[in-house]
Design a protein. Sequence first.
Length: 381
Amino acid sequence: MTADPGYFSNVSEFSIGDLYEAAYFDAAEAATGYTSYQDGAWAERLALVTREFFAPHHVVEIGCARGYVVGHLCAAGINAVGFDYSHHAVATAPTAVRGRIGRADASRLPLAPQSCDVLLSFETLEHLHPQHIPRTAAEFARCARDWVVLTIPTYGDDEPGRVGIPIEDAEHARDAREGRAFRKLVLDARGQPDLGHLTLATWRWWSAQFAAAGLRRAHEIEAVLLSHPFASDSLATWYWHIFTPHPEQRVGVAPGASVVMNDAPIWHLGAGWHPIEGHAPAAFRWSQEHAHLTMPADGTRLVLMAAGGPRQVTVELTVDGRSCGRQPIAAGWSPHRSVWRIPAGTGPRRVSFGIPDGQALHDARGALGALVWSVMIEKES
């Protein structure tokens, strides 16, 4: 294709026609920069992250190639389909996913509005022309009901302190300052776009494209994902961008309530509490079987706003060792309101949130715990 004015200033023409066909998927690393594209642990782990963090019912993957992630999701009982632009990738997909993947343009998906609860696109959007990104972001927003989960090679420093690919080229640095995708491509030894990447941009630029489509970047979910054992290996080095059409839910304070968590330094809490990066002290999680805090003597009700994360969690509340009952915390990432009545007492009392005996934590490799937005101690009005 001939370079559009304003972009690709260091190359006048390059061929896109067969870039994502047989040579791209099957050739040696010297030809494309990638090793042979085969199923493996990487696809299993991406399917696991999707399954455990987003508890989806219907998943669509854009840029699915031969559908390896789709296959692992289907094997776990999730309704998953995928689309890719490559004729070759779709034609050579494993038999198990034939009929579940098809060819489509990412900016013109053959899907009804809000047709999936989670839309995935791993290492794909950087292969599109920068001028196609706004339309693609709008299409993703149209199709996804709850989550758009992306990984995109991204340049520069991120807002919550994450670091992307260093910006070492002066022209790239100028484009970053001026808020646009880089007009100068990185080329390989053949003079072709390195790794086939056409859109090189900063975290801020990518977030702005999806914000224009009505999606909020969920920094709080990215932080939890990256701190969890699911992503503690090579996936932690990927550049995760998670978007949602839903606003971040902040919990209001009832009249007469004493907010224990939202405004309290973490050392006011007992063992087991961990701040969610970038949101402390506004949100915490616990990753031990019990977590504790101290409540004032005149409280008569405890209101917990929490989310179960990947699956429902049953929580038991005890006060000074006396059980106040158990309540389920729904799966998902939106806060669920649970209320316990507190028996009368004198002096500060020790409150414990616990996972009842016999209930498995989220994963044997590490407990995510529940995400807690606030704990309020209320008095009888």
